[in-house]
Design a binder for this molecule. Structure first.
Ligand SMILES: NC(=O)c1ccc[n+]([C@@H]2O[C@H](COP(=O)([O-])OP(=O)(O)OC[C@H]3O[C@@H](n4cnc5c(N)ncnc54)[C@H](O)[C@@H]3O)[C@@H](O)[C@H]2O)c1
Length: 246
């Protein structure tokens, strides 16, 4: 097994973040879950036996402080997983309030940029040949009515992935994204119970016939951060049961 790395996972207290944290922990890495919800971060970390941090990714100073504090406590961050995001803003183009759109842009785009910048600066300063994996969405490439605010933020995450990849490649830092289709987190499972019309409607769009389990998404993140992906940078890997084929 290779040396354990320090893996920082934003939004680590959420449905997918928790699954990603579990997968890195099981691969032998040292995981830190960071979340704006401090209590949830602590509870998740206690449950998984990993470290935690309260962090709002939209706060640039807090992000810089967090990157330094982590380094002082655990050593250089080797892997950053930008998983924190807001999914709950929905609305048609003709109806959505600009303020609602701004809230999603602030977290999903500016927040992802902010923590990436803070960690990349530390990686460069330390000579850490690290990996960054952004959690995007295939919605950034395939529209669904009413979800455009979220989806356009994820198109920007794909672009941010390529931006960071081209600029950080010279430092040996790889930047990729995993773009899931709908994932059966506890929240989504509750909102769309099995057999419900909403679940059936989504499933019918997916050639493999079902929504993803969290455990079907997390391994792609671990892979893109691993030595096995040493020559891969700037991609956004769809984990969508073939939905983009339709
Ligand atoms: N669930 C899906 O179907 C799905 C599909 C494709 C992509 N994604 C993406 O996966 C990621 C995780 O989604 P999820 O379904 O687990 O959602 P979730 O709401 O369960 O988790 C998101 C986490 O991010 C945290 N967060 C929100 N704003 C933050 C901030 N400013 N700073 C730090 N943390 C913050 C929340 O507290 C929460 O714990 C998101 O980026 C989402 O867009 C989800």
């Amino acid at each position: 097994m290779s040396e354990p790395r320090i893996v920082l996972i934003t939004g680590g207290a959420g449905g997918i973040g928790r699954g990603i944290a579990t997968a890195f922990r099981d691969a032998g890495d040292r995981v830190v879950v960071a979340d704006v919800d401090a209590d949830a971060a602590r509870a998740t970390a206690d449950e998984l036996g990993v470290a935690h941090l309260a962090l709002d990714i939209t706060d640039a100073e807090a992000a810089a402080r967090a990157a330094e504090a982590l380094e002082a406590e655990y050593g250089p961050v080797g892997v950053l997983v930008n998983n924190a995001g807001i999914l709950s803003v929905h609305g048609a183009l003709t109806e959505l309030e600009p303020g609602a759109y701004r809230s999603i842009v602030d977290v999903n785009i500016v927040g992802t940029f902010t923590i990436t910048q803070a960690v990349a600066r530390r990686m460069i300063a330390n000579g850490t040949r690290g990996a960054i994996v952004n959690i995007s969405s295939i919605g950034g490439r395939q529209p669904t009515p009413g979800m455009g605010a979220y989806e356009s933020s994820k198109a920007a995450v794909d672009s941010l992935t390529r931006w960071a990849a081209i600029e950080l490649a010279g430092h040996g830092i790889r930047v990729n994204a995993v773009a899931p289709g709908p994932v059966l987190t506890p929240m989504l499972r509750m909102g769309m119970p099995e057999g419900s019309p909403a679940r059936e409607a989504w499933s019918s769009r997916i050639p493999l016939g079902k929504l993803a389990e969290v455990e079907e998404v997390a391994p792609a993140v671990v892979f893109l951060a691993s030595e096995g992906a040493a020559h891969i940078t700037g991609v956004s890997l769809a984990v969508d049961g073939g939905q983009l084929l339709t």
